[in-house]
Design a protein around this ligand. Sequence first.
Ligand code: NAP
Length: 432
Amino acid sequence: MTRHVAIVGTGPAGFYCAEAIFKKDPEIRVDLIDRLPTPYGLVRSGVAPDHQGTKNVWRVFDRTAKRDPVSFYGNVELGRDVSVTELLGLYDAVVIATGVTVDRQLGIDGEQLPGVYGSRELSAWYNGHPDYAGLDPELKGPGIAVIGNGNVAVDVVRVLSRARDEMAKTDIPEYALKKIEESDYTDLYMLGRRGPTQASFTTAELRELGDMDQTVAVVDAAQLPDEVHVDDPKQQKKMEKIIDTLRGYSEHDPNSKPKRLHMKWFSSPVRILGEDRVTGLEVAKTHLVDGKAEITGEHYTIEVGTVITAIGYFAQPIEGLPIGTWRGCYENEDGKIRDRLWAVGWAKRGPSGVIATNRKDSMGVAEALMAELEDGGRAGGEGLAKLLGERGVRVTSYDDWAKIDEREVGGAAEGAPRKKLCSIEEMLAACE
Ligand code: NAP
């Protein structure tokens, strides 16, 4: 008899897991389930639009999706259309690959004011995710503060800093381009609560900030260390490159371009100011104590109309999936949540690592899962299709996705890869 595995979430972790299962045993049926009619998760709606090279990894996933024992069930939401318990009734194993999609909060006064956005919602907005296409964020000046020093913060400041021409060969939706272009901000602030050598962004991403048409990266040389001392030699090299790059930025003329990106460290937001909406940000200066940021007692204020947090994420609540407090992902041990229920990717380890990190990680979970996989005579995809049919869910297949893809690619402006359909209705209409 055939064994059936359901993977919920079709970002990199889900696809790498499906491929690992297929490679080990092509007799196992793998059903990939996604809440959107489209596949690829953060590759489609998280990776910045000007990183089309990174997005090209979809070609690898496309091969997996077209394997005989693999099927795609789009427009099916776990917790809404089908429950974890029901999937466990239909499949011999279920893998949660839904990522972590809730923005972490700073927990400071003023965070609820209009004009404060999380990086998850903002990046999903400029990527045309149907849930966020209507966000219409107020990108108000004179300044915009982006909190955090990871690659997500770098993505956000870069997309908000670029000129229309620099985005011409991307799939950013016109509504986002127009909003960014017409907004009045002239100064962006990227704030790290610790120092530049504690930042988690990577060198390549940092270097892109030095190469933007209308925005100049500005760094105060006094915030940079004279020398870098890190225990790990690999990390030492990385940090030397980062400080070198930042030293270069410290020589930039702030008035050389119409907009400035101020990179500031030892800066911890303590209060978002404003009555009806954001008008400023109060920041406490910090210093390092045992590697942690401690507030010195000195404060400063920056005049911003928008605050964007890029300080990490945690998992969305789903019935039957307890969330751990520390890493913000579903509670699991080496990917195992409980009998026949597994997690991969950010749902397993929290929001860390690049796309490729998921390959090895998902392979490990696939191996452990297969070692325990037994044929329970379960109905698999046939049973799922029947259940969803009874509930009136309009499931999209991978062929449907091909139609959406064709419509998007066909509608692209010259030089752009596609013009994204940004609503479920448009996507479903394209499938007919
Ligand atoms: P991250 O690298 O963990 O960065 C989170 C940042 O938020 C850190 O600078 C952290 O500072 C700061 N932070 C956390 N809590 C804070 C608070 N209360 N106040 C002020 N700052 C706070 O996470 P991420 O940027 O969200 O990225 C997630 C993963 O995706 C990373 O592995 C990243 O490399 C990857 N990614 C990669 C790319 C790419 O390859 N181009 C693009 C996007 C994302 P502390 O260090 O002081 O905690």
